[in-house]
Design a binder for this molecule. Sequence first.
Ligand code: TEU
Length: 586
Amino acid sequence: MSREEQEAVVYQIYPASFFSTGSGSEPGWGDIRGITSKLDYLKHLGVDIVWLSPIFKSPQVDMGYDISDYKDIDPRYGSLEDVDQLITGLKDRGMKFMVDLVVNHTSDQHAWFLDSRSSKKAAKRDWYIWQPPKYDADGKRQPPNNWSMILGEANSAWTWDEESQEYFLALFTPEQPDLNWRNPEVREAVHDVLRFWLDRGASGFRMDVINLISKVEGYPDADVVDPKVPYQPGQKHFANGPHLHEYLRDINDKVLSKYDSVTVGEMPFVHDEEEIMKVVGADRKELNMIFIFDLVDVDNIPGSFRLTLHEWQPKEIRNILTRYQRLMLDRDGWNSIFIENHDNPRSVSRYCDDSDEYRDLGAKLLCLMQTTLAGTLYVYQGEEIGMRNLRPEVPPEEYKDIESINYWRKMNNTYPDDDAQLKQVRHVLQRKARDHARTPVQWSSDANAGFCDKDTKPWMMVNTDYETVNATVQRTYKSEEDLSVLQFWKRGLANRKDHKDVFVYGDYELLDDEHESVFAYKRTGESGEAFVTVLNFAGKDVEWTVPEKVKVEKWAAGNYTKGAPEKAVDGKVKLRPWEGLLGVCK
Ligand code: TEU
């Protein structure tokens, strides 16, 4: 990875919901030509690399994370030619294309799996993970172990195949069988997919759940976390398994090292610093960086799964970010900065206050935080205009995501008459469903938020706030004192690049580990240039004392107004609800 990629701003597109020109096969779906038509918008924002969630042929059980052909495009999105044009459009503007590589599993409709499933003697039988059943004391057939499925935790991670009388492993849903990476032919087939996209002009990969590709031998039972349910989270036995590093280095040796490319691995369930460094350490030649989940998991009950609620404290954000800033700076690794993606609710709804009064400030606070931390920065579509969770509350029947659907069904089956319990489930979904990040991007106040033609029904409902929260409104410049979230992001990204020695690479020092709601840090570049970021993660007025060792010259930017010349630069600083400040040091 070059410095250019370390300094890059990566923008994640969820193609179904980005922009629809009507050129795909399914009305109301975003398409590839839609993305190409918005490249100037992205360039203008300050984006360098565009990562597309999967656009490949897929039955769309898990919105394209179930791929049935890695080398062809789903007709909903367009064609290979459309992708070629997109790549040309990106290159013309000096931007790069990042492919979402989903190779822990395929769709059950992929030709590889169809062959594997066809018989025990099939050529590709061993490309997937097949096991004979177990029998309990009553002689009843049981899966090989007690691992639960990840998406919605409704069932076993093993699916019974009547025909061949064996189970296959499918960690996410039964339609997403896990590939058997122990088989060298599988590894070669994956290398071939990477080469195909690199040769076509891709500049890198976001690797989906890449740390799950090596499972512990013998498939041991998971520890029982919840004795009330038959299946348990088995990550101990498949996250960062025994051969992960060998497989990653093999990809690097045989493919990536021969191209100029950038890689980011999605790495859920792992928090151990040594394990992390084994993947991102510069001398390891595995991945350039990973997505660490501590921050987006902050509101999960610790050790539990995503659809749970934990009332977090601001100090948890401070501790998590400090830990990883220091880890990457103290050791020779590289970090990624992100708080949104297609698997998590909107950040302003989650970490701040998304009411009409505070949405704008909260979105800018999070922008200020992310644009002043070390690492490669990832922005998720709509984050730059401060999109928020679906409102008002949506009936669970309206959710489109397989995880929400499975979870709602599971809880209804488990607690059919328990109104209080089901009310709580609705509450959790309203806070945490993946659907919130997947609503169409709000381009304007036109019908359907300008996402698709006014007479076409979007594949997923548009959030009700689109008339006030949209890109067109936010492009209208009012005054320096009244920048929109979009304009604030644009400034933030430009400022980050203007001072990259400080913000991308500089040293990081936490300035206060006591305050109830303030997260404040100093960033210092090699030349001695330094900035202080002060963020009030609370909806109330607070005071924060500038430490004596820190000499602030002026508050150069803030989310309430452009600068804050009226504020004290030493001693006690008054911060308003969700106020964020950027100070220049003497
Ligand atoms: O997500 C993997 C993952 O572990 C989570 O982010 C997961 O969605 C969450 O924990 C569920 O509660 C990746 C993709 O980003 C996601 O969209 C896919 O559904 C999943 O892999 C399977 O490919």
